[in-house]
Design a protein around this ligand. Sequence first.
Ligand SMILES: [Zn+2]
Length: 342
Amino acid sequence: MVISLPLFSNFHPSFNDLAMKRFFLFGAFIFLLIKTTESQTNITHYQVTTGIGKQASNQFIVLRSFEKNGIPMYLAADPQTLETQVIPAKNMSFQAIKWSDLQKMDANLPYFKALNSASMQAKSLQDAGIAHGYPAEKGITLTVDLCPSTKPLDHSIFTSLISEFAKIEQPVPIGLSISGKFLNTHAADIQWLKKLETAGQIRITWINHTYTHYYNSKTPLQENFLLKPGTDLNYEVLQTEIDMLQNDLTPSVFFRFPGLVSDNSIVDKIISYGLIPTGSDAWLAKGQNSGSGSIVLIHGNGNEPVGVQDFIRLLQTEKEQVLDKQWLLYDLSESIGDEFEK
Ligand SMILES: [Zn+2]
């Protein structure tokens, strides 16, 4: 039976009211949608731009240029501390220099030393790059991988960390390797993490973990993850950064290969984006133990309960030493930067 709308309205006295209500609700929805889009950070003209930036007596290595809500900006790294910043173009003088020339200018800077060292360690198929942070001291650099997942973020990692380290280290430093797919499907989790950071409980180093993080359990490693033939590396790297910036997260100079799988040529390509591949010498779910100076990797996307439980147990067994400040968590840029300062 087909009912035409005017006829239907005749038989249904409240139809006009209902239609009006729907119309207003729809209007309100569109208005909210426009408002939300308006208040969101808008990143455009994003590109790899290399050179030296100067702001007062500070010197930066410029890695990207873009517009944030129409205002020209640079993403720049401090070559001593390896920390990154978003700096408005009007606040900094900029001299464009080709990446290959830039690398040769001052090879003794910790940033270029770390890139160089990562390039030298690129031979193996798995776990290329920097795998050790602070060799001389007790403590670890904790990195949590946020690979694509339909499950929510494992909040217990963060709440355990905060409670175990509350007395001696605040904010607790933590490296989060984030995939674009995770970022765009876990808005509430990202807000929750940002709140912990604003409250001074954690300090996050955002590590690029590529956008799609392709994986097929039936494909050999040589053609899996980022080594999949036809991978658009520009998209994988830059789209993840754009989405970080759109969420007001500052991309760091660190990069983590999905599955920790890479080869020589892809390591060099990642380095040419100014990114330092960061491996792990202690992947807790794979049964490796962490020692002093380790970069520990656990998964934070609810897919790896063993690794997370091991880590919480490790924190509890080391509690005495944690309280004694013999066992600390280090900031990724701090530990890598210091290792290459000599
Ligand atoms: Zn991953």
